[in-house]
Every structure is written in structure tokens, then in C-alpha cells.
Design a protein around this ligand. Structure first.
Ligand SMILES: Cc1cc2nc3c(=O)[nH]c(=O)nc-3n(C[C@H](O)[C@H](O)[C@H](O)COP(=O)(O)O)c2cc1C
Length: 282
């Protein structure tokens, strides 16, 4: 009944034409009806959605996972080069591989489907672990890009912080930690258990040297507070932070990957040097 009177079925769902009024009239009548309904929809959008629609900021985290045109060309060329006759290409089906390839400007090994490693020729460089704590994947993407960005200075690999045990944090391999913030400025849910565990156990992390990068959004009250929570706990457990905490605002203009790369450049030398020195001194 309501639909017949106003065209509205429920928020965001409308009916026009015969669906709204029953089998009355021909095309011209329906056209008039549709035009009227369009005005109703436009007015509803104006009134109801104006505050809820965040526009560009809502897209930024997705855009951070997008590739450039050049990156897409690399993926395209790789898929065509790895075709299996008679097919014109073999599609890469793993988004992580695609992102690595797009960002690297170096081709993946031919056995890309079994082997996701990009050839970085950095096995001789000092080891670095880039551990991410993520809810929706941005921190993981940042970690992957940092591996590539730092490949000329370190032999870095990524790991999901949530998969580590407390004793795996008792390491003298330096770490870059990348964490986002959720809820009221909390840590991502995936690492809350590990965090609680190390804090309650009082795990001794005195061998750990780390750099810390926080992802967040200044439109939330507690901007990037997950990073502060992690930092305070790690320091209380005697781990040593090198450099300032880097931060990225998802509502700002820079990409998280770029902000993280610039931040990493400011701390990486000190992180690697102090870690090596302390290991040597032991
Ligand atoms: C439901 C929700 C809650 C969020 N809460 C916060 C917050 O309290 N503080 C903050 O700085 N950012 C907050 N953010 C923003 C995320 O931290 C930011 O988008 C980040 O890039 C996500 O990274 P991830 O994909 O690695 O989890 C929130 C995002 C969502 C979707």
C-alpha cells in the first residue's frame, strides 16, 4: 500500500510503473511515473544520506590496493607470457601476486603459481621481519610494499603478527610492525589474543628492536591508537623502539604504502645498525 502511494518499499528500494500501481496505462504513463519517482529518490538521497556518505575517504583504502596503469600492463604481459596453448593467457588468481608483480617492475619466476617470491637478490643482506596486524588487509599490503622498498638494504619478509607465538617475539631479528586501529582505537581483533597473552605472561622482549607504523583514520576519535597500545605494551616488556612511530591517515591524500616507505627510510639504518651491534655485544 505504501509503495502504491509513494513508490517507496523500504529505504533504498522503490517501485515504479505497473509494479507500483498495477496494470494501468501504457508506456507514456509509466514514463511520467518513473520521472516522478526519480524526484522522490533524489529528495530521499539528499535528506537521508547526506551525512552518512563519506565520499572519497571511503574509497581510499580500496585505492591503496589498486595498481597503476603500468602495474596493470605488467600483470597483463605476465599473464600472456605464461599462456598454455591454446589459451591466450594464464590468469593470475592471487591478488597478492598481482600486487607484488604490479609494484615490482620485475617479472615473477615462471613457476609463479607455485612460487610467489619475487626475485629480489637480497639474500646476503641483513634479515628484517615486517609483521602486520590487520583487519581488512591494508597493513598487509603496506608490509608487502615495504619488503620491496627495502630490498636494496634488507632481506625482509612479511608475517601476520597474529600467527606468531610469544616466544617468536623473543628474537634479535629486527622488526617493523604495521598495525591498524579499529573500534574505539583498539588493536585489530586478530592480534588481541596475542597481545593479551604477552602482557599477562610478562614475556621478556628485551632482545627485540622494532620500528612501528600505525594505520588509522583521523575521522575516528582515537586516531591510530592501536599503534600506541602496542608500543606501550612492547616497551613495558622491555622491547626497544627505534625512531618515531610513523602514522598514516586513511582520510588524507597520501597512500599508506608511500607514507610507510618514507617513514621506513627515516629509521631503517638505525634499526638495522643497533640490532646488529647489540647482537654482537652479547
Ligand atoms: C569499523 C572501523 C573502525 C575503525 N576505527 C578506527 C579507529 O578507532 N581509529 C583509527 O585511527 N582508525 C580507525 N579505522 C580506520 C582503519 O584503521 C584504517 O582504515 C586502516 O587503514 C585499516 O587498515 P587494515 O585494513 O590493515 O585493517 C577504522 C576503520 C573501520 C572500518
Amino acid at each position: 500500500e505504501r509503495a502504491a502511494a509513494t513508490g517507496r518499499i523500504e529505504p533504498g528500494l522503490y517501485a515504479a510503473g505497473w509494479l507500483r500501481r498495477g496494470p494501468v496505462g501504457a508506456i507514456p504513463t509509466q514514463r511520467t511515473d518513473a520521472r516522478e519517482l526519480a524526484e522522490v529518490i533524489a529528495a530521499d538521497l539528499e535528506r537521508d544520506d547526506a551525512q552518512q556518505r563519506v565520499g572519497m575517504p571511503a574509497l581510499r583504502s580500496d585505492l591503496a590496493r589498486a595498481t597503476t596503469w603500468d602495474g596493470w600492463l605488467l600483470i597483463d604481459a605476465h599473464e600472456k607470457a605464461n599462456n598454455a596453448e591454446p589459451r591466450p593467457r594464464t590468469k593470475l588468481t592471487d591478488a597478492r601476486q598481482m600486487r607484488l608483480l604490479a609494484a615490482s617492475a620485475t617479472d615473477l619466476p615462471r613457476s609463479a603459481s607455485e612460487d610467489t617470491a619475487v626475485e629480489l637478490n637480497n639474500a646476503h643482506l641483513p634479515k628484517l621481519t615486517i609483521a602486520y596486524a590487520t583487519e581488512s588487509g591494508n597493513a598487509e599490503l603496506v608490509a608487502e610494499q615495504l619488503v620491496l622498498h627495502l630490498a636494496d638494504r634488507t632481506n625482509a619478509s612479511t608475517v601476520d603478527l597474529a600467527t606468531l607465538t610469544p616466544d617468536q617475539l623473543q628474537t634479535d631479528t629486527p622488526m617493523l610492525l604495521v598495525t591498524s586501529s579499529y573500534d574505539e582505537g583498539e588493536l585489530p581483533t586478530s592480534i588481541r589474543a596475542l597481545h593479551a597473552q604477552v602482557v599477562t605472561q610478562g614475556t621478556d622482549l628485551s632482545s627485540l628492536h622494532y620500528g612501528l607504523f600505525g594505520l588509522g583514520d583521523t575521522s575516528y576519535e582515537f586516531f591510530s591508537r592501536g599503534a600506541d597500545i602496542l608500543d606501550q605494551s612492547l616497551q613495558a616488556l622491555r622491547a626497544r623502539r627505534i625512531g618515531e612511530i610513523g602514522r598514516h591517515d586513511a582520510g588524507g591524500r597520501t597512500l599508506a604504502t608511500e607514507a610507510a616507505a618514507r617513514w621506513a627510510d627515516t629509521i631503517i639504518t638505525e634499526l638495522m645498525v643497533t640490532s646488529v651491534k647489540e647482537v654482537a655485544a652479547k
